[in-house]
Design a protein around this ligand. Structure first.
Ligand SMILES: Nc1ncnc2c1ncn2[C@@H]1O[C@H](COP(=O)(O)OP(=O)(O)OP(=O)(O)O)[C@@H](O)[C@H]1O
Ligand SMILES: [Mg+2]
Length: 252
């Protein structure tokens, strides 16, 4: 992690990506760059493949063809099982619903990946967990079960769980779903704050257009089996009919 000047600005480079579910093509030819240490938001209609792309970035799914190059040297589509396991340790995932185990306290949910994958002692784990609680603004909830938290706090806890292993890349699927507008603003501010302080590359799949234009440095719009990408400013001025069609009725 960090903002080393020598590293290339592109963290994940996707090219020629092809993927079909049965007879239905999801990706025909996706190419896009995801920027290091920045907030990258994947937009697209329902079924456009946002979750599918995040799953590919987490090495949970392989494309039929094409390349996903991480750090200029790790080709995700060609990793063996052991390499996948070590790559996944560099990736935090905050996926819909799946992030927290219902039967474990919030503290144990956060401690679990460290107990399983690090040589840290219980005291050291506690320090790490407390630090992450602090960085997402969650204190005093360690003993509670996930079901005892409000929707906004659950998102915070899921984010904390995804950050506890200090990942280089954070994948978030629809972090704003099911939240009221005020809580959307809070979770959005939290993601921006964490991004600035921890310098982690964020890839966020979202339907939420206003928050995307507020928080993203790079937007990747999945449309017609391909991708259109650029900065929010570039999208504001973009007159591509495919892009206009997606944003129809929504202020860019
Ligand atoms: N397990 C699955 N089996 C069959 N088809 C699937 C499966 N998962 C996804 N698909 C299909 O792949 C396509 C892309 O789905 P995906 O979930 O990635 O879209 P999405 O952009 O995340 O949509 P949403 O905005 O609704 O979350 C859809 O057509 C979907 O029907
Ligand atoms: Mg989805």
């Amino acid at each position: 992690m960090g903002r080393e000047g020598a590293l290339a600005p592109t963290h994940i480079q996707v090219s020629g990506l092809r993927f079909a579910r049965g007879a239905r093509p999801v990706f025909r030819d996706v190419r896009a760059d995801f920027l290091r240490d920045r907030i990258n938001v994947i937009l697209g209609g329902s079924g456009a493949g946002k979750t599918t792309l995040l799953r590919m970035f987490g090495c949970l799914l392989r494309p039929d063809a094409g390349s996903i190059l991480v750090d200029g040297d790790t080709e995700l589509t060609r990793l063996g099982a052991a390499e996948v396991r070590s790559y996944r340790r560099r990736v935090g995932m905050m996926f819909q619903g799946g992030a927290l185990l219902d039967s474990l306290s919030i503290y144990d949910n956060l401690a679990l990946p460290l107990r399983e994958h690090s040589p840290l002692s219980e005291g050291e784990i506690q320090r790490e967990v407390d630090q992450v609680f602090d960085s997402v603004g969650l204190e005093g909830v360690g003993a509670l079960l996930p079901a005892e938290l409000s929707g906004g706090m659950r998102k915070r806890a899921a984010l904390a769980r995804a950050l506890v292993t200090a990942p280089d890349i954070l994948l978030c699927d629809e972090p704003f779903s099911g939240l009221d507008p005020a809580t959307v603003r809070l979770v959005e501010a939290l993601l921006v704050d964490v991004n600035e302080r921890l310098g982690v590359t964020m890839v966020i799949a979202s339907h939420h257009i206003p928050s995307t234009f507020r928080m993203a440095q790079q937007i990747v719009l999945l449309v017609d089996g391909g991708a259109v990408s650029g900065t929010p400013k570039w999208f504001h001025g973009c007159r591509d009919p495919k892009v206009d069609h997606f944003f129809a009725g929504e202020a860019k």
